[in-house]
Write a protein that binds this ligand. Sequence first.
Ligand SMILES: Nc1ncnc2c1ncn2[C@@H]1O[C@H](COP(=O)(O)OP(=O)(O)OP(=O)(O)O)[C@@H](O)[C@H]1O
Length: 707
Amino acid sequence: ANSPPPRCGRWGGASPGPGVPLNPPAVGVGCPGHVRLTHSVPAPHPESRSRCVAGRAGVSCLLRAPGRLAPRPPVLPCGPLAGRAAALLGGVAVLGAGAALARGAACCQEAASPGPAPAAPALEPDFDWAEFWTFLRPQLLALSAAIVFALGVALLNIRIPMLLGELVNVVARCSQQHLGNYLHQVRRPALRLLLLYSLQGLLTFSYIVLLARVGEQVAGSMRKTLFASLLRQDVAFFDANRTGQLVNRLTTDIQEFKSSFKLVISQGLRSVTQTVGCFASLYLLSPKLTGLLLVVMPSLVGAGALIGSILRSLSRQAQEQVAKATGVADEALGNVRTVRAFAMEDTEVALYCHEVDRSSQLNEKLGVGIAAFQGLSNMVLNCIVLGTIFVGGSLMAGEELSPGDLMSFMVASQTVQSPTPSLSLQVVRGLSAGARVFEFMTLEPTVSLSGGDQIPSHSLLGHICFQDVCFSYPTRPGCPVLRNFSLTLPPCKTVAIVGESGGGKSTVAALLERFYEPTQGAITLDGCELCTLDPSWLRGQVIGFISQEPALFGTTILENIRFGKPDASDAEVYAAAQLANADSFIRSFPQGYGTIVGERGVMLSGGQKQRVAIARALLKNPSVLILDEATSALDTESEQAVQEALERAMAGRTVLVIAHRLSTIQCADLIVVLARGCVAEAGTHAELLRRGGLYAELVRRQATEQP
Ligand SMILES: Nc1ncnc2c1ncn2[C@@H]1O[C@H](COP(=O)(O)OP(=O)(O)OP(=O)(O)O)[C@@H](O)[C@H]1O
């Protein structure tokens, strides 16, 4: 009855409406002087209040701490089939045949087992064999040895049924002819069998160890390369892909690929060798019985392939549904404070139950399919065993076949049939998982992380110009956010951008950080176009960015501050913290700078987090500082501490302030009102008030909204 609300668009931002560009001239200020920001009007803008709740949930943060999901335990290849021969001696060939299919069924079941949310791309990417080869090549020696050992096991599996037949013949002869020296007669074939079993055990141990090593090395390198590749991608890439999907590629997909790879080498190679070898042995044992098998086998394999493809598709649907359910849980748990704040626990539980129920239905359907497949296969395989005994018995009666040959035939024919169903399913799953991993591994970002010119620190002024910049987000190419936007930020001056929500203020900061490239126009730093400058130098040494919702990592305060400059000494960290007004509160903690801040800094207050973030930004001593609504999420008391820190931090730097609370930017050298993607008004606070335009209207509105 309580059908849950659709999830799409829950966190979606409003798209900008069509705007009329005003095309104002480029604006700037020239008078030098120290700037102090005041905070005389503490009343928050209503938008700021709403951000205070949503922002804490991490919805609008620019930086996110990477999620960590524990990988599933590795799946070892299935064991050899040698035990089956002994079982057959006791006349339980039926169970042996069923066991092989049960493994196939188990693989299907595992396929549908819960895991982290997988990616759901519209089109399945192709598997990149060339890329795969680069990971495999360093492991070639170990892999070759593993293959040789696995082939050795396969050859022994062909040979063992023959020896079993010989042993049965000896046993039959002894019992028929009542030979007294039974032990003497069976000793030789039994010892040979024992030797082969031992060798088979040793080879099996060796190839599994080697394959585990190769699998881990390949998977490890793939994980490292994929992670490095993901971190290199453009910010737009992260707009388009959910974190859960990306983490899934790093964990589940690589795990799946590794399991399939190992299974293909261990079982696939063995089964091909065994099938060819066993058919040859079967033909030598009895051409007539082999002919019978050849008539039945193709139809069995065909039917198996058909049912297998239906099961695979069901398995994929079930896996996607499980991922959907996991996604709902992931989102709710990740935003638990927002869920709590809105008393949405029951709705979230209902939503999760809905997805889990659908997943259970699909998995039950899959279970029915697997059961039918297994039941039918068991019946057919047992009929083959029965047919073999029936036809073989009549051949034995005509003395065309010995009991030992019949035994060998039955064991060898089971070896041929066993590995097929689970393997084909696993190969398909492994290839699609591998294709998803390689898809992002080979993706090249449009802006590389490093490379380009650097301005020597002694001549760096921090003079920034936006010249007729037009911009649309790559995920919304038809919606222009900035239209012929022009602005100059003179060195060591503070320029504030104000305007309606969604007007493009944060976008200006994102372009300056080169998170995105302008669609048209240019941005220059001291006359050099940003696109010619080294992005890692620009972000690492020139620009300090402090956002409304600072993203901290779940480690110590010291390490969080040092994130701004990894080679900074402890003394430098303490100095930055003092400048950021953070040193005293950090030292008041029992562990001081060694205090763990919790996931995304959850164990610190908003104001404390912000001051740690300011210290982190100041540690690199940036020439340009961007403050993106840095105090709007704070209460008056915290704001005061942060504001003091910011004022100290701004001295002697070019500063771009994005503000909602107009009270905080009254002393800026230049205030720019952004409307519909371009500069609608520009001037000092006093000038703009005198003009009585948009800015004056904003000030008036904020004043009346004060409690
Ligand atoms: N990553 C993104 N992908 C697509 N569109 C975006 C993205 N970020 C912002 N937008 C859109 O761009 C427009 C400008 O957003 P921006 O965040 O720059 O506005 P703003 O003036 O800073 O707003 P606010 O004051 O509410 O923070 C909005 O319509 C928003 O929906």
